[in-house]
Design a protein around this ligand. Structure first.
Ligand code: PL4
Length: 411
């Protein structure tokens, strides 16, 4: 009998050298090994640093205590999430004039898993991404076989439509000229910090309806928008419920980067038509019930507190704190003569490196100032010549980092 072996999904071989964020950590560690006394200031990975607010901490403690007694213990919950939390999320939308049914909301363990997994419910098709963008969108489509090989010359995967986001178009792309099927949009944008206006989103909603495409809208940083004229949800745009999925997170709004909680909205009106008409909500429900056992009950209890009046108020002060960091960073680099974007309704400052390649500037910044940024090219070829600075950090570290750049950066 001929024995066959298990084989591996060869699409993994198409992925480049490594995932951006561990690459930054590795490069920083190499520097630290050579410069053991150096104090590194991390403005690289967008990771929250401030403690959870009191109302959330209290709810998390209560949740753990509930697990200590048979009377209040809970085991598996619904895969789609705690119904009270889904109702509360629906109420948050309603408060902004958007009608979303709890059955359209799927609670998850974060926006990264959802933005990675959502592609698995689609058949093959053409994917369009903003360039630059959060690498998860492209890489997960590579793994699922929607692309060809990586082209070293163009720094692009064959088969993906890269929609350039540059200073010339205010970091928001034109709709594709040809037909695409799945479109990823992120606003407030990682990495550019640009926030799409309703008019800009409307162009994509109209395109998606006309072309039977689906928009995956990543709103992980929505709570950082303070301008009341800018949309926090794509559902503020007419027609979006017919063509868009929205992915949200408690990571940056409530400091849950380690606690883990998010949600995805898949509207009932979102119907795809290939061999037959299918509600995407049903397909995502099939996916989640087979692959996911629900977010942790402790996280969800924390989420309930985060969305309470007190929780929202307390968390807003932490968001304000990070946004003050963003202001300090942006003003600091501008005082050095750099052109910087973002950092106003978004926690990322997107800094032009004055003609240097992103990774070269990353090394220079690290060596001369001990500040870690994220090389723009890691988000796609249009990010070349930029570095992203994150506003997530303790104030004293942010101030020290900016001072170090002002004192030590030789340009
Ligand atoms: C490093 C546009 C950060 N290891 O925490 P989640 O899963 O709810 O949200 C992750 C996420 C989703 N969508 C967007 C994001 O920017 C993020 C987080 N990105 C960054 O520095 O760009 C953290 C990256 C983390 C990761 O791979 O996500």
């Amino acid at each position: 009998m001929v024995m066959t072996m298990a084989t591996i999904n060869l699409n993994y071989d198409k992925l480049g050298s490594g995932y951006l964020f561990p690459q930054i950590a590795e490069r920083t560690q190499i520097f630290l090994d050579k410069n053991q006394d150096a104090k590194i200031m991390k403005l690289g990975i967008g990771n929250t640093t401030e403690k959870l607010v009191p109302s959330i901490i209290e709810a998390l403690h209560d949740s753990v205590d509930n697990l200590a007694h048979n009377e209040t213990y809970t085991g598996y919950g619904d895969e789609q999430g705690n119904s009270i939390l889904r109702n509360l999320i629906a109420e948050q939308y309603a408060a902004r004039g958007i009608h979303i049914e709890p059955s359209e909301i799927f609670v998850s363990d974060g926006a990264k898993p959802d933005s990675a997994n959502i592609q698995s419910i689609f058949g093959q098709g053409i994917v369009a991404v903003q360039c630059p963008s959060y690498p998860v969108y492209v890489d997960t489509n590579v793994i699922d076989g929607r692309t060809g090989e990586f082209d070293e010359e163009t720094q692009q995967y064959e088969g993906i439509v890269y929609m350039p986001c540059t200073a010339e178009n205010d970091f928001f792309p034109e709709v594709p000229t040809g037909k695409v099927d799945i479109i990823y949009l992120c606003s407030p944008n990682n990495p550019t910090g640009a926030v799409a206006t309703k008019e800009q989103l409307q162009t994509f909603v109209d395109y998606a309806i006309d072309n039977k495409a689906v928009i995956i809208f990543d709103a992980a940083y929505a709570q950082y928008i303070s301008d009341p004229n800018l949309p926090k949800s794509i559902y503020e745009v007419p027609g979006a419920k017919e063509c868009a999925v929205e992915i949200c997170s408690f990571s940056k709004s409530a400091g849950f980067t380690g606690v883990r909680l998010g949600h995805t909205v898949v509207p009932m009106d979102l119907v795809v038509e290939d061999t037959e008409r299918k509600q995407l909500n049903t397909t995502w429900n099939q996916r989640q019930t087979r692959f996911f056992n629900g977010a942790s009950n402790i996280s969800q209890d924390g989420g309930l507190a985060a969305l309470s009046e007190q929780g929202l108020k307390e968390s807003q002060s932490v968001i304000d704190y990070y946004m003050e960091n963003a202001r300090i960073i942006k003003e600091g680099v501008e005082s050095l003569g750099f052109t910087a974007y973002g950092g106003v309704n978004a926690p990322y400052v997107w800094m032009n490196t004055k003609g240097m390649k992103s990774w070269d500037f990353f090394d220079k910044l690290l060596e001369e100032t001990h500040v870690v940024g994220t090389p723009g090219v890691g988000f796609g070829p249009n990010g070349e010549g930029f570095i992203r600075l994150s506003a997530f950090g303790h104030r004293e570290d942010i101030e020290e980092a900016v001072d170090s750049m002002i004192q030590n950066l030789k340009m």
